[in-house]
Design a binder for this molecule. Sequence first.
Ligand code: DAH
Length: 344
Amino acid sequence: MKEQLENIYKNATEDLEKSSSISDIDEIRAKYLSRKGEFNEIKKNLKNLSDEDKRVIGSLANEITQKLEDALKEKHAEFYRKELNAKLLTERIDITLPGKYTPMGKVHPLTSTTNEIVAIFQSLGFSVVPEEKSPEVETEYYNFDALNVPKDHPARDVQDTFYTEIAKNVVLRSQTSGAQIHAMEGKNPPIRVISPGRVYRNENINARKNNLFHQIEGLYVDKDITFGDLKGVLNEFIRIYFGSSRPTRFRSSFFPFTEPSAEVDVQCIMCEGKGCRTCSGTGWLEVLGCGMVDPNVLEVVGIDPDVYTGFAFGMGVERLAMLKYAIDDIRLFFNNDERFLKQF
Ligand code: DAH
């Protein structure tokens, strides 16, 4: 039996010498050391031996299998290293190769401008009207009637306003001012809100006009609100948005929903007031309309104009962005030309 054991060990060692891969090692282990392996067959016959032989042969068998196990392990490690090295050589990564370019997404300049303006007014105590109170599809009531716009006002004309086929009186809003009505309905002053959003007008598109653009509406209604408050808030906004060095002016104007009304002009950034194509030679660009809320408008929403007064304003986001970044064509905001968008 001892001879048998030594023979098996000899065969196993020979097999091991001929082996050349991890899978060869696995085969050898299965052939000799597994439960059905050759050594186990012998160990099964130990029970027929005398106690003394059992001890001698048993420990020899253990010693030999342990030796084989060690040799297999060592070879396994050697092949593992070899195979890994070969793999590393063929699968080598050249870390000096240029990486794959993944362009970074950016916030659209109209979005970042809107966010910036909203943040300024929030810092002045205004809160944002919830989206459902500022719909882009409006009835004529919110877009015109409640805002004191006469039935025969030219802004109502199909030449100016997009009417939908939903119903005769449903329009794509031509101004965010309707959000003022939504904000005041069922509320008691003080009301101090802003409302950013898209508006639509039936315009001939050119460098200064698009038929979709963005406005930010503002409204402050409380006791004792004066035109002085309006000027104070808007001047502070302009100072923060443009920096203090940009000349601005209030110019009296007319809107059906405010009395008195004004427009605010900012000096043209293209020509610095000298007059150019962008500002039609005037040196100034209008950025917003504003005024004291007309008593008729307060009455429509059930706020007593003898107790409360308020101011309102509406500004063009594209205009404000163009003036800040010296952009001379409004269409650039809508063309999705990466060369333009990347700059912001
Ligand atoms: N809605 C006006 C427009 O689109 C702008 C405006 C003017 C808004 C005066 C106001 C306001 O709230 O008081 O031209």
